[in-house]
Design a protein around this ligand. Structure first.
Ligand code: SF4
Length: 339
């Protein structure tokens, strides 16, 4: 019963397309032309329970054409939004009470003015936290990493999708970097005087991935001490290079078993990392309040945190930024008390 497919870039033309399909649609021509510059009123309805975070796209599409990925076909080639438009959008959100801005792009730090955007945003009044996702290791400058060290508002968290720890697999994926570059990048982050939480994405069972390749991914995970890995079991995306050229030759049971082993290692690292947080003071964004008054949210270094209800938590609202002393660290979670 599907009547229409269209590219995300063509959303502004939706009323026209519906008309062509015979629907009785009235639309404002001027608004249609200016679709891409409209700032959404409801900024984060799907990602957060509060209205203190704004997600601002700074680019759309992608030119990387990783062998497995449908994004360049579905979203089109990369387009960068002008700096002035991004800053204007940020100012509008901050004027409405936003505290946290997260910049979005398929390769967010490939925007030619990325550093300028970050620096300009950091100057804006009202901004408490700045994040961005997803960056690419080969588009990082030393200056950007230095900002993570020296600018308290640039959150101490980097989500860097490595996808694999094996050079032959990365080459087949067309990622444009090798395992050695992943290690070098981790070293650069770890050399900063401010501790940065690192999270990543990994694909399990990419075509041709051997046990040795998988061992390289485990090795990278061990080295990177990742706080979280978003794991994807490989499956074909019709129309991609991998779908056309690489047989999906790793049995599902093997992919599953590799995911279990990676998860086991991740659980251990996450627990150890989180136990090292005990005693530290972190800022927490409250994202949910339980029926019993417990506060749930996330920290500046992007860890889930719970604060048990007590006299101090009474009256706290969703979307508050609060100082919390970490009292416990378990797998993927922290516990703390309000300061
Ligand atoms: S995986 Fe990311 S970088 Fe690669 S093509 Fe897809 S969107 Fe682009």
């Amino acid at each position: 019963n599907i009547e229409l497919f269209f590219r995300i870039d063509d959303t502004g033309f939706l009323p026209l397309m519906l008309q062509k399909l015979g629907y009785n649609i009235h639309y404002d021509q001027e608004l249609t032309n200016e679709y891409s510059t409209i700032i959404p009123a409801n900024i984060n309805s799907s990602m957060n329970a509060h209205d203190k975070t704004a997600y601002i796209p700074i680019s759309s599409g992608c030119n990387q054409f990783c062998a497995y990925c449908i994004v360049p076909y579905a979203r089109g080639l990369e387009k960068w939004f002008p700096v002035e438009q991004i800053i204007h959008e940020a100012k509008t959100h901050l004027a409405h009470g936003v505290k946290e801005i997260s910049l979005l792009g398929q390769i967010v730090n490939k925007h030619p003015d990325f550093l300028t955007i970050v620096k300009e945003l950091l100057k804006l009044e009202g901004l408490e936290w700045l994040r961005y996702t997803s960056p690419y290791p080969t588009y990082y400058s030393n200056e950007l990493l230095a900002l993570h060290q020296n600018e308290p508002k640039l959150c101490p968290h980097i989500h860097i999708p490595f996808q694999s720890g094996s050079t032959p697999v990365l080459k087949k994926m067309f990622r444009g970097y090798n395992a050695e570059q992943c290690y070098t990048f981790i070293d650069k982050i770890r050399s900063l005087s401010r501790p940065i939480s690192i999270t990543t994405d990994i694909i399990l069972g990419f075509p041709g991935e051997t046990e040795q390749d998988f061992q390289e991914t485990l090795k990278l995970t061990e080295y990177g001490r990742f706080d979280m890995i978003y794991m994807g079991i490989y499956s074909n995306r019709p129309g991609t290079f991998a779908d056309r050229k690489y047989p999906d030759d790793i049995p599902y049971s093997v992919k599953h078993e590799r995911r279990s082993r990676l998860n086991k290692l991740l659980y251990q690292i996450s627990t150890e990392n989180n136990q090292q947080e005990i005693g530290k003071i972190r800022t927490m964004m409250v994202n949910e309040i339980g029926a019993n008054g417990d506060l749930y949210g996330y920290t500046d270094n992007m860890k889930q945190i719970t604060v048990k209800a007590n006299a101090k938590t009474k009256g706290i609202k969703i979307g508050s930024l609060l100082p919390v002393k970490i009292t416990n660290g378990v797998v993927f979670k922290l516990e703390g008390t309000l300061q």
